[in-house]
Design a protein around this ligand. Structure first.
Ligand SMILES: [Zn+2]
Length: 129
């Protein structure tokens, strides 16, 4: 396995572990009163947001933050699983001692190299830190 692919899989494992530690989803965002938002799971509080204007108008960042946090609980594990599937599919395979190809996109590779898909995923995740 190349280092880039290993780095991505390690990063994915770290993010997936974070998802496993939080309260199970789905999470919902609602506003019990103006200026205040609650994120709940199964009727229990998970987090809260407040709006600095005290009115809680829908265009305040805190309002959007509440919707984002609630949605992330469902969307992030799905996105990580999809990304893991892509990384696992683009696995270099040895054809002969000096000839490798990507299992998914079938591009020729030098030993130890990865295809463009893995390089792009690496740049957008681990490489973007
Ligand atoms: Zn590939």
């Amino acid at each position: 396995m190349s280092d880039l692919r290993a780095e991505i899989l390690e990063w994915l494992a770290e993010q997936e572990a974070l998802c496993l530690l939080v309260t199970p989803g789905p999470w919902k965002f609602y506003r019990p009163r103006p200026g205040w938002g609650e994120i709940t799971a199964g009727g229990r509080d998970v987090a809260s947001t407040s709006c600095s204007d005290g009115e809680g108008s829908p265009d305040m960042p805190e309002f959007s933050n509440g919707h984002f946090i609630a949605a992330a609980r469902t969307v992030l594990p799905l996105a990580l699983a999809a990304l893991r599937g892509e990384v696992e599919a683009h696995e270099p395979r040895e054809v002969s001692s000096d000839y490798w190809i990507c299992n998914d996109c079938s591009v020729s590779l030098d030993k130890g190299d990865v295809c463009g898909a893995i390089k792009r995923i690496h740049a957008a995740t681990v490489g973007a830190k």
